[in-house]
Design a protein around this ligand. Structure first.
Ligand code: NAP
Length: 294
């Protein structure tokens, strides 16, 4: 039987509507309009497209956007850190996002560490990573939060489920491991040195693929009925054109999985929606209000 399609686009739209309602309530009741600053360095077309869609989403939910664009060639590390520190000190800015990747002459770790952890809506500051790993309240990265929300549309509770995450990046795999542990799943994290990936995947009730390799996970690896969350975004050439595919061979996985996210239209839309949730959370934190109910 073909797997159910987990419609990330529709689920993200619902989440954005909930964020918009909560933003209206905060603005009316407390005069608090959450503000998100997005800093882009350079002319990477994919980054430019992400930044445009993030700013559009911010405006749509009634938040205030602050957009900054530095030319790559002229941008100095100190100039970027000065800008981040000004945003740290600006009370109208509740969230700061520095779009990655940064040009190679800039030390990414140093820039990310200069963001005020309370405004770190990407969850990349080492303090937030450490808090997340310690089970303390933290701003966590948006893509893994979105993965958990999608898995929870299929499973009311993730407790006791066997979860396998392929990929151990700081952006996806590692924070996803921590969020799954917080949900009481039993987690295996695999990477390029893991042995017998098909056997590892075959144990998974929940399979998360964050590898960056087109259609790498085969249908035969998937436990029948498993929930598959495909984080990958890979552009491949097809018949003189190009198209986007995930890290999972979707056509094969449809026959084995119980439910699966498509690419595009799965995890991608959730990432921006969760950025809005994090901005709302950061605004409440800074205003010493209870966390938002989204
Ligand atoms: P990354 O930093 O390149 O990490 C890739 C991970 O995959 C690494 O841990 C690597 O292992 C592992 N890997 C590579 N080849 C492997 C193999 N043959 N077998 C097993 N593991 C292997 O990538 P990322 O930033 O996490 O992103 C992963 C994918 O998600 C990309 O397609 C990216 O575009 C996509 N993504 C999507 C969103 C979204 O919003 N949907 C957000 C972020 C990323 P090692 O550590 O051993 O090298």
């Amino acid at each position: 039987m073909a797997a159910r399609i987990i419609d990330g686009k529709a689920i993200a739209a619902e989440l954005r509507a909930a964020v918009a309602a909560e933003t209206r309530r905060l603005t009316a009741a407390h005069g608090l309009m959450p503000g998100l600053a997005v800093v882009l360095v350079g002319e990477n077309p994919a980054s430019e497209a992400y930044v445009v869609s993030k700013s559009r989403a911010v405006v749509e939910v009634g938040m205030r956007p602050f957009d900054f664009h530095l030319a790559a060639a002229a941008a100095r590390e100190e100039e970027l850190i000065d800008l981040v520190q000004n945003l740290n000190a600006n009370p109208a800015v509740h969230g700061i996002l520095v779009q990655l990747p940064l040009p190679p002459h800039i030390d990414t770790a140093r820039v990310l560490s200069s963001v005020d952890p309370d405004k770190d809506v990407d969850g990349f500051h080492p303090l937030n990573a450490g808090r997340l790993a310690s089970g303390l309240p933290a701003l966590a990265p948006c893509t893994p939060i979105g993965c958990i929300k999608l898995a929870k549309t299929e499973h009311a509770s993730l407790a006791g489920l066997d979860a396998v995450v392929i990929g151990r990046s700081n952006i996806v795999g590692k924070p996803l491991l921590q969020l799954l542990l917080a949900e009481n799943a039993t987690v295996t994290i695999a990477h390029s040195r893991s042995r017998d990936l098909p056997a590892l995947c075959g144990r998974a009730d929940l399979l998360f693929a964050a590898i960056g390799r087109p259609e790498f996970v085969r249908g035969s690896w998937i436990k029948p009925g498993a929930t598959v969350i495909d984080v990958g975004i890979n552009r491949v050439a097809a018949g003189g054109k190009s198209r986007i595919v995930g890290d999972v061979c979707f056509a094969e996985a449809l026959e084995a999985a119980g439910a699966i996210t498509p690419v595009p239209g799965g995890v991608g839309p959730m990432t921006i929606a969760c950025l809005l949730v994090n901005t709302l959370r950061a605004a409440c934190l800074q205003a010493k209000l209870p966390p938002p109910n989204v």
